[in-house]
Design a protein around this ligand. Sequence first.
Ligand SMILES: [Zn+2]
Length: 42
Amino acid sequence: MSQARSSGCPECDGRLSADGGETVCTNCGLVVAENRIDPGPE
Ligand SMILES: [Zn+2]
């Protein structure tokens, strides 16, 4: 569990795009999270 994490791609620190329940990096295309409901403190 990594709590000290910013809302960026863990691989390239690129911008993430949440679309259709998927969180995908718009830079490298890495799927950070898919179909996962995670109500974080954001
Ligand atoms: Zn990336």
